[in-house]
Structure formats: C-alpha cells, structure tokens
Design a protein around this ligand. Structure first.
Ligand SMILES: [Zn+2]
Length: 138
C-alpha cells in the first residue's frame, strides 16, 4: 500500500457526495474548485463560469476535487488541515503544489487523473489551466 494511505483509514459505509456549481464569487476563497467534509458527506463546489469556456471544465474540476478529497480521507488528512493552507495562501499557483501543502501527494495524484481525462477528452491542458471563469482567478 502507498505510504501515504494510513492503515485503518477507510471510506464510510455510506458516503454521500454533493457537488454544486456556484458563482465563482461565492467560493470560500479564490479558487475554481473546493471541497470539505461534513461528517460522511463530501461537499464539492465548482465555479459555474467554467462551463462558458468548455462544458468539460467543471467535469475535470469535479473529478480532481473528488479524487483529492477521497485520498485525503484515506491518508488521514482533515478538512481543517487543508483549509488552513488554502484559505490563507499567498504564493503563486495552486496551494496544492506548494511543498508545505500537507495534501501535496493527494493533489498531485488527483491532477494525474485529471490530465489523463483531459487528454482522453481532447481538452487542451494549457487552455484549461487558464480557466473558463473570472479573470481574478488563477
Ligand atoms: Zn488539488
């Protein structure tokens, strides 16, 4: 088993995933996608504006958030630990790429899945990185 996955951690018997497309301005912080656990319910929020560029962008973002959140759960990384970095992030690029991010491996693994899907769906990765939403998002 991967050294990141902690023995004894497992997914809940009943796992609910609730995903909403919301206006980018309503995110908890400046981002294209966000997740948090509410008990055994995984809450995911994706910027609705992403659809304007390409209807596949919200799908790719959703898969990223979902894989990352589920891996964090299995790794024993809590919502609070992830939020602590994300909410106060002042660096360049995505907080998940920061060496200080406790969920860096989970983020990188989610991106790997996202990249494979993007390739398969003929989504240009560089265009996708620019985002389909507001210009104030990176
Ligand atoms: Zn991520």
């Amino acid at each position: 088993m991967s050294r990141h996955i902690k023995a004894g951690n497992q997914l809940p018997d009943l796992l609910l995933i609730r995903s909403r497309l919301i206006p980018a301005s309503e995110h908890r912080y400046a981002t294209r996608g966000d997740w948090w656990w509410q008990g055994d319910t995984l809450e995911i929020r994706i910027s609705r504006e992403e659809q304007r560029q390409n209807p596949l962008y919200p799908f790719l973002l959703l898969v990223h958030e979902m894989v990352e959140a589920l891996l964090c759960r299995l790794s024993g990384i809590t919502t609070e630990e992830v939020d602590a970095l994300d909410m106060n992030y002042g660096g360049d690029g995505e907080p998940g790429d920061d060496p200080r991010a406790p969920y860096r491996w989970e983020h990188a693994t989610a991106e790997l899945v996202e990249r494979v899907l993007a390739k398969r769906l003929s989504v240009n990765w560089q265009d996708y990185l620019k985002g389909g939403g507001d210009e104030n998002l990176d």
